[in-house]
Structure formats: structure tokens, C-alpha cells
Design a protein around this ligand. Structure first.
Ligand SMILES: [Zn+2]
Ligand SMILES: [Zn+2]
Length: 374
């Protein structure tokens, strides 16, 4: 079928709407008409080749839509059902078997290779040219996507697809770090470095968990104001205040948990240095491949502190996304407050607004007003 997709042609290049051909489904695949797709920081660092996704390719990994067709082996969802798309994984490696699919041993092949993990083909083409697809098992900056049965989650008819689309990556990443990875207990203290979409999802999850101290740290006053409105008990503008000193002043001995969502090594250092004894710092923001960080060994050793990486909030998406949808429906997880919605053909404006900080979470709407590609 013919689709319209935003193609990234070369490193750092714009997202250009093009008409592509989408080929036959494999048995374990389904075709999804995309209603909406969030833009995540990972789309932009893959565009910029911090992670070497082969180009040209269609990025986009927070899609949601309606099933148009299913392969012969698909039984979980049927044509006409609504689905959210999330990251892909193999289902059979030791981490997948331990219900930790975001640490799948073949996570790169399933999410960043821009081909099917099974046979290194792509469903997308343009004339004789193969175009990379299957990014996070979806490539959802497009009017239709090929997903696998394994990386779709059913969404009930009364839940808005444009709000739930970013649950597939950024939102479950922040919330999952708090609720799954750390299992933050009531009364705990939590510092969130970077109050973008991942960070504010973590703040909201901290409120749900009953954390009594939730400290947001950022450089942008508007984001800090929103974090405070949505449950941060204190916010620190790191342009004018040293966050480690201020967290020590506020807590007396540091925080139990810290989340680093920015990808900046100096911020990771601060997230470790503000921990109380036995505290845990989570590395969530992705820097350029090969980035190193300096930590004081004795900070880790003498306080029994932990530093660990967290991918996709340790989510089992088929369990965790429906749980977050319930929190949203019941008013405890108002992530739509972070979102601004754009027509698909305004994707470059949406990206620019994300990069300037004017929009925390841009969400593209594909179903209407897609311009005719030139
Ligand atoms: Zn696996
Ligand atoms: Zn993402």
C-alpha cells in the first residue's frame, strides 16, 4: 500500500514527508493505521546518529492507531481494534524470559537496526530504493506502520489515542523507573534531574507512589513550574542554584532516589552526589555512544550507593501501559498537561519546539490534514 511517512534522509537532516510503498506482512506482523505518534528525544538522537540507525529511515516510536490487517499468525488483536505501539523485543532471551524485555539481548536488532530482526529486510521502499523501517518495531512517523504482535498493546475505545501514544516510550520510561525499577515506597525522597516528559512522568509516578519529597531540577522555569504544579514538593533552577547543595539543604542527608533523564555526564555526577547513604541513582537519559563520566569511588563505596541504568522503565508493556491508562483515566496521571498536538505535516515545527523547550512532549496527529507530499 502507499503511505505517507516522514523520512530522515541523512544525519541531522529534516523529517521530510514522502510517499513510500509498504510491502506484504509477515505472519507475526500487523498493519496499523497510525492516528498519533509522540516525538521522543531518542528519535532526535537517532536522526543525529548518536545511535547509528541506518539511513534513510522512518523513525517514530510512540505510535498508536487502529489495526488494518493482521498476519496469519496473529491472534492477540483483530482488524479494527485500537492499539498502542511500544518497543520490540525477542521474547526468548534470558532477559525477555525474566520479564525484562527492555534489556533484551537483541534490543538493538529489534529497535535500532531499521530492518526486521528476523531477516534484515524492510517493509518500506521508494521505487527501487529500500527505506529503513521497523524502528522500535514500528517506524510510526507515518500514516501506517508494520508492528509485531509482541509490541502492540490493546487500547479501549474511550481512551484517546493521541494522549496514550507517548505511553509507549517516554511516559512509561519515567513512570516505570519510579514504580517498577525503584518501587519507590511511601515517604521516600526522590530527585528528578530534567523535568521534560520523562522527568515529569516520574514526578507524577512519585506522587502515585506516595513519595513525600519530590525535587525537580531543570534549566527551564516553565518546566519547573509545571513540575511543581503536578506534584514536585520543591524545584531547583540549576542555572542559578547548585542542585547538590540545595538538595542537601532541603533533605539534610540527601535523597533516597535520583533519576538522571538528561544524558549529560555532569548531571549524572550530581544525581549520584545528592544521594543519601543506600540511595540509588538511575541513568535514564542517553548520551552519545562512548560517553564516560567521572564519579568519586568513595561516594559509591562508603554509603553503599547504587548506580544503575534503566531502559523503558523496566516495563512489561502489556501490563504496565494498561496500568498507566487506569491512573490517567482516574485523574492521577494527567500527562496530557505535557503535550501539544501538531498536524503530521508540521513535524519540523514540532521538533523545533521540542528542542527549544517550548513544548515538552509534541504529539503528531496523522489522521487529518496530511499535506500532499511534493
Ligand atoms: Zn529478548
Ligand atoms: Zn523514546
Amino acid at each position: 500500500m502507499r503511505i505517507t511517512a516522514a523520512v530522515t534522509e541523512a544525519r541531522g537532516g529534516p523529517f521530510v514527508l514522502s510517499e513510500l510503498e509498504l510491502g506484504e506482512l509477515r505472519d507475526d506482523e500487523l498493519l496499523v493505521e497510525i492516528s498519533a505518534a509522540g516525538i521522543c528525544h531518542t528519535d532526535l538522537i537517532c536522526r543525529d546518529q548518536w545511535i547509528p540507525v541506518p539511513l534513510p529511515a522512518v523513525l517514530g516510536h510512540e505510535g498508536a492507531g487502529v489495526v488494518l490487517a493482521v498476519g496469519a499468525g496473529v491472534s492477540k488483536v483483530a482488524v479494527g481494534e485500537r492499539v498502542g505501539l511500544t518497543f520490540d523485543s525477542c521474547g526468548s532471551c534470558p532477559c525477555c524470559l525474566r520479564a525484562k524485555p527492555s534489556y533484551c539481548h537483541s534490543f538493538f536488532e529489534h529497535n535500532f537496526a531499521a530492518t526486521r530482526a528476523s531477516d534484515e529486510t524492510s517493509a518500506l521502499s521508494r521505487g527501487d530504493e529500500i527505506v529503513g523501517g521497523h524502528f522500535f518495531g514500528q517506524s510510526s512517523f507515518a500514516t501506517a506502520s508494520v508492528a509485531r504482535e509482541r509490541n502492540v498493546v490493546g487500547i479501549e475505545s474511550h481512551i484517546p489515542l493521541d494522549v496514550v501514544a507517548p505511553f509507549g516510550c517516554g511516559i512509561q520510561t519515567g513512570a516505570g523507573a519510579v514504580l517498577n525499577t525503584l518501587a519507590v515506597p511511601p515517604g521516600a525522597s526522590l530527585a528528578v534531574f530534567g523535568t521534560g516528559a520523562v522527568g515529569i512522568a516520574a514526578v507524577l509516578a512519585g506522587v502515585i507512589a506516595g513519595a513525600s519529597t519530590i525535587i525537580g531540577v531543570d534549566l527551564l522555569p516553565a518546566r519547573l513550574a509545571l513540575a511543581a504544579e503536578l506534584g514536585a514538593t520543591a524545584v531547583i533552577d540549576a542555572r542559578s542554584t547548585d542542585p547538590v547543595e540545595e538538595i542537601m539543604r532541603l533533605t539534610g542527608h540527601g535523597v533516597d532516589f535520583a533519576l538522571e533523564t538528561t544524558g549529560a555526564p555532569a548531571v549524572l555526577r550530581a544525581a549520584v552526589d545528592c544521594l543519601a547513604p543506600l540511595g540509588t541513582a538511575c541513568v535514564i537519559g542517553a548520551p552519545r555512544q562512548g560517553t564516560e563520566v567521572a564519579l568519586d569511588v568513595n561516594t559509591i563505596l562508603t554509603g553503599g550507593r547504587t548506580v544503575r541504568g534503566v531502559v523503558e522503565g523496566d516495563s512489561v508493556p502489556q501490563l504496565f501501559i494498561p496500568a498507566l491508562v487506569r491512573h490517567w483515566e482516574q485523574g492521577r496521571f494527567p500527562v496530557e498537561r505535557l503535550m501539544r498536538f501538531y498536524d503530521f505535516d508540521a513535524i519540523e515545527q514540532a521538533v523545533a519546539d521540542a528542542q527549544s523547550g517550548a513544548t515538552i512532549k509534541p504529539v503528531l496527529r496523522m489522521s487529518s490534514s496530511v499535506g500532499v507530499p511534493s
